[in-house]
Design a binder for this molecule. Structure first.
Ligand code: GAL
Length: 838
């Protein structure tokens, strides 16, 4: 070949290559009934919610990498309007709100994104994500066919889409965003809004589709999702969900991995056996996309928690815990499930399931086509296990479980058989001390000197504060004659619409009262100490997160709306409701910017004798500390305190409240239909005792901690703790099915290793310091309470010590040869281990 024609060929190949590459980079995202199609390939997509403002940018990459290792393909996040547009037209995309950086991090790690723009998001986020100013746009009504609302919603949606487009973040442009969502669970609202609701949802779909992102739009829990918009399911189970058109795939945008927590309530857990069962049930019914809500819940920093009464922790019992650490066995068991599902992917996307009965409560769901075959063997009996026969082979199915057979023969995973380790976490006291305590007293004597306003009657709280602070003072006075005090003990009655109130009489705290998430309205009723003459009544009304869900929640009231009545006077009762009230927005300390390093003026603080301060309400505390050594996540132990807010180096850590959790924390079993009240812990203890202090907000020395305490607490007992793994357990049968041992080579499945292994792993920087228990044989019990059985390999302990001590992780084969021979032939054995990490 001549040189010139040779170079022409080279140039041609180069251009062809460029063309092919750009085809690959600019992904076409479509769908059909079987799934989302990326560049012509149908996919089973596994997704997890990680909300960017609920961790710090410093944590993002690690969280996303852990998600990838956990077997996820997609990261799902809402977009939080009120975080980005705090006041109209003033945008913030910095720090935790750097949406573009978050999406680019996901892209760098190599995962896709589902961008749930909303802009209504619910999410236990303040006001459901709406900026509070939106409520004050003249003529507005949220989430319905209302011009001012639609204009604002379109404006923000467009802004976000434009931002993504200009950064080339949609898959159609070569970016990671393969899906986006408009609105959120509108299905339940439509009843409320009727025809206007229908008009609105049609408008929303059209508006979104008109933005030409090149990727499909979703609407969750909206059966009427119009046109090409895919309606999706949210819930604890979604296997009976059907999309509204035959050409739409079956998608589950919120597989609730646990549940959120409310101050005053217990902490909810969702057993991983049940979550895995729910997911497998969805997939065996034809589901092709599922998203864990949440995969990492994180923290409601500052005043971002919705409500009312959502805790600062948004841990959610997610596979990655609030602090960014892996939660075991949840993370590991789901990882194995994902591997098992991916081994079935080809069969799943190329056929619909054929369902056959294997018993009264047992079924086989078989996907076969294009030379593949995958089966899901399903036992939905609540309590009984069952031996079933499938294609002439016998299989044992535990109660409420599904076995996955990627080749229709071999079980590689059963949802109820957990083979991965269990990790017990601890909050270890750190050696960092809180030093140079000072206090500042919210002195009430000058409260009325310069009120924000004075009017007749009681005002709704958010109308006054516009949510610039949680706090609003309602102040009035009442004149009492000497003879009035000769009646019964006088009582004050304060009716509030939410969420908490502290009642002060003549500068002294008389008592407090709170509502609840279910019933925001409440009444304070308590004895008050009056004096002859003028008595000053000051009510500190406290918001604990604005509502994020419910019909027309933007119209719900907060604050003391009355009546306010003084009763038990000799002359009868005095209704104070309609008299003159003065208002003061926020606290003095807030106005003085006490929480910020620049606002900390030394003259305002006094050296503290903490003992004397210990029960003083409305007190600001300040102290310095050095960052605890090591790399473990850090938290503040606030058990000795009451209720308030915390700042570290000017960063708002969030609201704290150590009120005790009411509820029933009985034993929990994974089988049977899950609901949050079924499995919970922490009853009788503070709902939230520990508060996450991200390491990136700390400097090595002299960190400033500021606390505002409403009720009175013992600040001297606040301490810094480090979160780490205390001990790990493994408890695995010798014939445990595991997807890890299988690989798919072309058309056939190969078992790569024959024996099952027990894996143990401590946290970063830790190692196994001792083996607390080890038995290969027939041990019983669970992690923390294992007991030897009648069959026990004598060397179990020594073998484990030899293989694991001083190692961060170790793996032990569960085989007779490894344990010096079979300790009891013909008996099914297991290996149970408990190891200490330090
Ligand atoms: C869903 C909602 C989510 C979240 C969840 C509960 O209904 O779409 O945003 O609020 O409930 O955690």
């Amino acid at each position: 070949m001549e040189t010139s024609s040779f170079s022409r060929v080279l140039i041609f190949l180069f251009i062809l290559n460029l063309f092919l590459c750009s085809q690959f980079i600019h992904s076409a995202i479509t769908y059909d009934s079987k799934g989302i199609i990326i560049n012509g390939q149908r996919k089973i997509l596994i997704s997890g919610s990680i909300h960017y403002p609920r961790s710090t940018p410093h944590m993002w990459e690690d969280l996303i990498r852990k998600a990838k290792v956990g077997g996820l393909d997609v990261i799902d996040t809402y977009v939080f309007w009120n975080a980005h547009e705090h006041s109209p037209g003033k945008y913030n995309f910095e720090g935790r709100y750097d949406l573009v950086r978050f999406i680019k991090t996901v892209q760098r790690v190599g995962l896709y994104v589902n961008l749930r723009i909303g802009p209504y998001v619910c999410a236990e986020w303040n006001f459901g994500g709406f900026p509070v100013w939106l409520k004050y746009v003249p003529g507005i009504s949220f989430r319905t066919d209302n011009e001012p609302f639609k204009k604002a919603m379109q404006g923000f949606t467009k802004k976000i889409v434009q931002m993504m487009k200009s950064e080339r973040l949609f898959a159609s442009q070569g970016g990671p965003i393969i899906l986006s969502q408009i609105e959120n669970e509108y299905g339940s609202e439509v009843k409320e809004f009727g025809a206007a609701g229908e008009a609105y949802i049609n408008w929303a779909a059209k508006m979104a589709v008109g933005l030409n992102t090149g990727v499909p739009w979703l609407m969750c829990k909206e059966d009427d999702a119009p046109g090409p918009v895919i309606n999706t399911c949210n819930g604890f189970y979604c296997d009976s969900f059907k999309p509204n058109k035959p050409n739409k795939p079956m998608m589950w945008t919120e597989a609730w991995s646990g549940w959120f927590t409310e101050f005053g309530g217990p902490v909810h857990d969702r057993p991983v056996e049940d979550l895995a069962f729910a997911v497998a049930r969805f997939v065996q019914s034809g589901g092709s996309y599922f998203n864990y809500y949440m995969y990492h819940g994180g923290t409601n920093f500052a005043r971002t928690a919705g409500g009312p009464f959502i805790t600062t922790s948004y841990d959610y019992d997610a596979p990655i815990d609030e602090y960014g650490l892996i939660r075991q066995p949840k993370y590991g068991h789901l990882k194995q499930l994902h591997r098992a599902i991916k081994l079935c992917e080809r069969a799943l996307v190329s056929s619909n399931p054929t369902v056959t009965s294997l018993g009264t409560y047992q079924q086989a769901h078989v996907f076969s086509g294009k030379g593949t075959c995958a089966a899901f063997l399903y036992n939905y009996h609540f309590t009984s296990s069952k031996r079933v026969t499938f294609r002439n082979k016998q299989y044992d199915l535990p109660a409420w479980s599904i076995s996955i057979l990627p080749d229709c023969k071999n079980v590689v995973f059963n949802t109820a058989k957990v083979g991965v380790q269990t990790s017990h976490m601890q909050m270890l006291p750190s050696s960092s001390r809180l030093l140079s305590w000072q206090t500042y007293d919210e002195d009430l004597s000058s409260l009325e000197d310069s009120p924000t306003m004075t009017v007749n009657g009681l005002l709704e709280q958010v109308n006054v504060t516009r949510d610039s602070s949680d706090y609003l003072w309602y102040m009035t006075s009442v004149v009492v004659s000497q003879s009035d005090l000769h009646g019964q003990a006088p009582e004050l009655l304060v009716q509030s619409s939410g969420h908490a109130v502290h009642v002060f009489l003549n500068g002294q705290l008389s008592g407090s009262a709170y509502g609840s998430r279910e019933d925001r309205r409440f009444t304070f009723k308590g004895p008050v100490k009056l004096r002859t003459g003028v008595n000053r009544v000051a009510l500190l009304s406290v918001a604990v997160g604005l509502p994020n869900v419910g019909p027309r929640f933007e119209t719900w009231s907060t604050g003391v709306l009355g009546p306010v009545i003084l009763q038990g006077l000799r002359s009868g009762k005095k209704d104070l409701t309609w008299q003159k009230w003065s208002y003061q927005i926020g606290l003095k300390g807030e106005k003085m910017n006490l929480a910020h390093p620049t606002g900390v003026s030394s003259t305002d603080w006094v050296e503290a004798s903490l003992a004397a301060q210990s029960t003083q309400p409305l007190t600001w505390y300040k102290a310095y500390f050095d960052a605890p050594g090591g790399v473990e996540p850090v938290a503040l132990d606030m058990q000795s305190m009451g209720k308030g807010e915390i700042w570290i180096n000017g960063h708002n850590i969030g609201r704290y409240w150590t009120n005790y959790a009411k509820g029933n924390c009985g034993p929990c079993s994974y089988h049977g239909t899950y609901r949050p009240a079924k499995c919970q812990h922490g009853c009788g203890s503070p709902t939230q005792r520990w508060y996450h202090v991200p390491r990136t907000w700390l400097k090595p020395r002299q960190n400033l901690m500021v606390i505002f305490e409403e009720l009175g607490g013992d600040a001297s007992k606040i301490s810094l703790v480090k979160r780490s793994v205390a001990r790990v357990c493994s408890d695995v049968y010798e014939h445990h099915p595991t997807a890890d041992n299988w690989s798919l080579d072309g058309e056939s499945y190969n078992k790569t290793v024959d024996h099952v292994k027990a894996h143990l792993q401590c946290g970063v920087g830790q190692s196994i310091s001792s083996i607390q228990f080890a038995s290969f044989g027939t041990p019983s019990g669970t992690c923390g309470s294992f007991l030897k059985g009648t069959c026990h390999a004598e060397d179990s302990h020594t073998i484990l010590e030899k293989m694991c001590i001083r190692k961060q992780r170790c793996s032990v084969s569960i085989s007779n040869t490894n344990f010096g021979g079979d300790p009891c032939p013909n008996i099914l054995k297991r290996l149970s281990i408990e190891a200490i990490c330090s």
